[in-house]
Design a protein around this ligand. Structure first.
Ligand SMILES: Cc1cc2nc3c(=O)[nH]c(=O)nc-3n(C[C@H](O)[C@H](O)[C@H](O)COP(=O)(O)OP(=O)(O)OC[C@H]3O[C@@H](n4cnc5c(N)ncnc54)[C@H](O)[C@@H]3O)c2cc1C
Length: 381
């Protein structure tokens, strides 16, 4: 076991940190206040390669390993979790079904579009199917050499700004998970419309919308894998992306921790910096422990992925732990700031709001515990 990062991993981490410090963090509060998707910054992210970190080398991308990708995610999220969500959805989550199941020809088309600056989105959740993905009702019906898609997808990150979607559908609800099919779908296909942007508690700089499909004709060549492969593709995608969410959550925790330490040195009460009080020191010491433990968990899941080892359990452990950690650390950060932490004058109330989604999307933390418990049952029986 080697805990050192490679030169490339370090370089990517530094590049992402510089970008977050200079181009993201100074504006994050304004985007949050205005509920604004920062188009110009997203364009800059594409120019410096941050929106294509998931493109494999053989298709013209940087070919980064998962450790490097997730280090980048943590650093960008330390600047703003909303823009990290945009980045993850566009370059990792949206394209992961393609990485998992596409043919060489399909990959050339998809990654070519991404490299040109097209954003992507992952469309799985529906109004009636959240945790229970196999209960979805978006239909796909084969007619000649096309599939006709009908249904509504809910809470789609980049729904209103993506040019490409990976879309999950069912041939027949009665077939359950065996009936699911995944497609690559061009946003410009007639019959696709987008709902209004959700007015969210946190990650407000990201774009979350419904995506509605009405008699959308998708070429049969856009099917990923075979008919019925959709559930397997979806599960493998979520395995990959859970470590990304863990990294994103760690970025929020790290930002809240740094702000808390700085404030505790500056704020004077009873004639001394509040850092001098053991009560505050212990809060900060706990933050440091949880953050480092979470970081090691997501790096363990990522490096197992890079080594070709099973990583489903580590991915769930890291997503659950880092999501809960982000909620704990940001709650404690508000406490360190006292009354000022409860105001918009300081950044910690935003971290606190941003953190909550980390326990919800990519499988809620209850669902992660179900996955972990199933592993315990298997391993100890
Ligand atoms: C801001 C945002 C961005 C999102 N981005 C995307 C995206 O890009 N693409 C996409 O497809 N989806 C996206 N989602 C959807 C997200 O993944 C779902 O909201 C999430 O999976 C939970 O589904 P649900 O909201 O329907 O909750 P439900 O499934 O209705 O769950 C409600 C509650 O019941 C609990 N629960 C449900 N089933 C079980 C069980 N078996 N055991 C124990 N507890 C259970 C849950 O933990 C939760 O507490 C996004 C959501 C949000 C809010």
């Amino acid at each position: 076991m080697d805990f050192r990062f490679s030169e490339e991993q370090e370089m990517m981490r530094r590049m992402a940190r510089d970008f977050a410090d200079n181009e993201i963090a100074p504006y994050a509060q304004e985007w949050d206040e205005k509920d604004e998707f920062p188009e110009e910054t997203v364009k800059k992210m594409h120019e410096v390669g941050l929106l294509t970190i998931g493109v494999p080398a053989e298709y013209g991308g940087p070919g980064l390993d998962h450790v490097a990708q997730n280090l980048v995610v943590e650093e960008i999220s330390r600047g703003d979790a909303g823009i990290a969500t945009t980045m993850v959805a566009s370059t990792l989550l949206g394209p992961d079904p393609v990485l998992i199941a596409a043919t060489d020809e399909q990959k050339k088309w998809w990654y070519g579009r991404e490299l040109e600056g097209c954003m992507t989105a992952f469309a799985l959740t529906e109004p009636g199917a959240g945790s229970d993905v196999a209960g979805m009702s978006t239909r796909c019906e084969k007619v000649g050499d096309e599939y006709i898609l009908n249904g509504t997808k809910q809470f789609i990150t980049n729904g209103g700004v993506a040019g490409l979607y990976t879309v999950f559908t069912t041939m027949d609800r009665k077939l359950g998970h065996r009936g699911m099919c995944a497609f690559m779908v061009d946003r410009d296909t007639p019959g696709i419309s987008v709902g209004p942007k959700e007015n969210k508690l946190g990650i407000r700089s990201s774009n979350t919308t419904q995506v509605i499909f009405e008699d959308v004709r998708v070429p049969a060549k856009n099917l990923l894998g075979k008919e019925g492969d959709g559930f397997m593709i979806c599960m493998k995608t979520l395995d990959i992306s859970r470590a990304c969410i863990a990294a994103m959550a760690t970025g929020i925790s790290q930002a809240a921790f740094e702000a808390s330490v700085k404030y505790s040195f500056e704020r004077q009460q009873f004639g001394q910096p509040i850092f001098n009080f053991q009560a505050i020191q212990f809060i900060l010491a706990d933050m440091a422990q949880y953050i480092e433990a979470g970081r090691l968990l997501y790096l363990s899941a990522s490096s197992r992925q890079d080594m070709g080892l099973p990583y489903t359990e580590q991915a769930s452990l890291s997503k659950c732990f880092c999501g809960d950690t982000a909620m704990k650390v940001t709650t404690d950060a508000v406490q360190v700031y006292g009354g000022y932490g409860y105001t918009k004058e300081y950044p910690v109330e935003k971290y606190f709001r941003d953190a909550k989604i980390m326990q919800i999307f990519e499988g809620t933390n209850q669902v992660q515990r179900v996955v972990i418990a199933n592993d315990i049952r298997r391993n100890f029986k």
